[in-house]
Design a protein around this ligand. Structure first.
Ligand SMILES: [Zn+2]
Ligand SMILES: [Zn+2]
Length: 163
């Protein structure tokens, strides 16, 4: 297999890469790891996330691409740009497993927006502090009310109304 998702990402040849967390899709064909804590974590209630995830909201943890490397399954990744409705790697794009369909991450222009549900936090899960959401995005289109003290933005963080 190719050993990197692209020049912005770490590769299996990076000797100084130390895996901190491991992630895999449901069927296990896609495996990747990260070498750092996420820089932020959020919950998105937008209609696009609801539909693409078949879920009321999306939980995302944001990493620098150079802290991410694939260890298996690169050839099974399915890429989809929802704005242009094209199954191509046009950033930002959605990444999922071509075998089991698990949503893997959103690939942004600069950042890797990982879905923490794929990470191995043990069972019962001990979710590290850095993965805890710091705010809700697009809460204006929420379908489930969330009772917490986190800021709830009607759209994008800092560019919309606080609800
Ligand atoms: Zn899979
Ligand atoms: Zn969203």
């Amino acid at each position: 297999m190719k050993n990197s998702f692209g020049p912005d990402y770490a590769s299996l040849e990076d000797a100084d890469f130390v895996a901190k967390y491991q992630a895999s899709c449901f069927c296990g064909v896609i495996q990747y790891e990260v070498s750092a804590d996420p820089v932020d974590a959020k919950i998105c209630h937008c209609l696009t996330c609801q539909r693409l995830h078949g879920a009321p909201m999306q939980w995302v943890a944001i990493f620098h691409k150079h802290h991410v490397r694939f260890t298996a399954g690169l050839e099974h990744l399915l890429l989809y740009n929802s704005e242009q409705n094209r199954s191509e790697r046009i950033l930002p794009c959605k990444i999922s497993c071509g075998k089991c369909g698990t949503p893997i991450a959103d690939e942004g222009r600069r950042m890797w927006l990982a879905f923490p549900s794929l990470f191995d936090f043990g069972y019962p899960a001990k979710v590290p502090e850095a993965f805890r959401p710091t705010c809700h995005l697009f809460y204006g289109s929420k379908v489930i009310e969330i009772q917490d003290d986190l800021p709830k933005w009607s759209g994008h963080k800092n560019h919309s109304e606080l609800l």
